[in-house]
Design a protein around this ligand. Structure first.
Ligand code: NAP
Ligand code: ZN
Length: 362
């Protein structure tokens, strides 16, 4: 089954074109964002008149940092309630968008910190508007929110149908201000989602054409976007690919590719997309027997072989400074094995497979 419960407005002036769609969502919005991205991207400057045109008031919660944690969600919930908000607008990369979803859920269901992953308690949600300023997570079209449990030092996601944004407003120009590395890492994240849409046990063939197109768009446009940050065509291609990646994992969920990356982020602060990217060849090798035909079809759709794709990936120079040792492997392999996404792998993965991938990074 293919399911997507989000209205999507995509392209130049998407926000201006969304003015009628914002009407009726609520009277007072909580703007959930990070420190800079809402203003640096230009999204905030476009949003304010759109809200004013609808008589919507707003209150800003700009305390979301990268890899949002449970304490931030609780602070956002308190702000939502004390400011009498009735819907949320997430502006930024995946971190503010995921935080906006969790704040909506926490406020609507009066969740305690210990219940923020308890999806059985998620009975209602306040409307969620998602305005991405990166092209990577696809969170604007997914039902997922990935949060750090800062007390347990674990990064884990949840998914719930009520967390699909009500409205996604995607203007590729909001990514013009992304740095070289944010552009690179987020595009590689989107690539991971597209590939996982093929790897997953819950893969959905209806979306294969979009997965094929998404992979092609990234391979054909990423280097242009890196060299010319204001090249609209390249930014549009990446934003589209990111949305397709979100649509793919919304159906198929993620798998080992993401589970193995999370400990690299919590332990070494490796940005999310980069953590996926540095193990991408190893995961492709591990899954090739089970999903190689599907990946081969995707790459073939734009005339690439697996070897050519891997050479292109290598040319991106995805490098990380980190010290993986046997203690890390001993500690983290059980965490990866226990993660929910592991059920989606296309073949049985054992602890030694995971340890071997970590060792390949030493
Ligand atoms: P991010 O953590 O949201 O942002 C990374 C950095 O980029 C931040 O410093 C941010 O600044 C900056 N930034 C964002 N947009 C910018 C812009 N237009 N101009 C200048 N700077 C900008 O990065 P992300 O990779 O998009 O999101 C990663 C998070 O999403 C992770 O927690 C990951 O687990 C999650 N994720 C969620 C899903 C899902 O389906 N829900 C899927 C994949 C990943 P600010 O601090 O000012 O914001
Ligand atoms: Zn991801």
């Amino acid at each position: 089954m293919f399911y997507l419960n989000t209205k999507v407005m995509f392209g130049k002036d998407a926000l201006q074109r969304s003015v009628p769609l914002l009407a009726g969502l609520g009277q007072r919005a909580l703007l959930v964002t990070g420190k800079r991205s809402a203003s640096a991207s230009g999204a905030l400057a476009d949003l304010e008149p759109a809200l004013t045109a609808n008589g919507i008031q707003w209150h800003t919660f700009d305390e979301v940092s990268e890899n949002p944690d449970l304490d931030t969600i609780m602070a956002g919930k308190e702000r939502f309630l004390s400011a009498n908000c009735d819907f949320v607008i997430g502006i930024g990369g995946g971190s503010p968008l995921d935080a906006a979803k969790a704040i909506s859920m926490a406020a609507a269901n009066d969740l305690k910190r210990s219940q923020l992953y308890s999806t059985e308690e998620f009975l209602r949600a306040h409307p969620i508007v998602a305005i991405p300023t990166t092209a990577g997570t696809g969170s604007e079209v997914t039902q997922y929110s990935v949060l750090n449990d800062n007390k347990r030092n674990i990064k884990a996601g949840w998914g719930h149908e009520l967390a699909f944004p009500t409205l996604a407003i995607i203007d590729p120009r909001y990514t013009f201000s992304c740095s070289y590395h944010v552009t690179l890492n987020t595009a590689v994240d989107a690539l991971s989602h597209l590939l996982e849409g093929l790897y997953s046990q819950s893969r959905e063939p209806i979306i294969y054409p979009l997965i094929h197109k998404g992979i092609a768009l990234i391979v054909q446009n990423l280097k242009t976007a890196l060299q010319e940050p204001q090249n609209y065509a390249a930014r549009e291609a990446l934003a589209l690919a990111s949305m397709y990646g979100g649509m793919a994992i919304a159906q198929s969920s993620t798998s080992l590719q993401h589970s193995i990356g999370y400990p690299l982020t919590t332990t070494f602060d490796v940005p999310h997309g980069l953590a996926n990217g540095i193990v991408m060849p190893q995961i492709m090798e591990l899954f090739w027997d089970a999903a190689g035909d599907l990946v081969g079809d995707a790459l073939g759709s734009f005339g690439y072989t697996r070897a050519e794709f891997l050479a292109w990936l290598e040319s991106l120079n995805l490098n990380v400074e980190m010290t993986i040792d046997e203690q890390f492997i001993q500690d983290k392999v059980p965490e990866v094995m226990a993660s929910r996404n592991m059920a989606n792998n296309p073949l049985t993965v054992d602890a030694e497979d995971i340890a071997a991938i970590y060792r390949s990074l030493i």
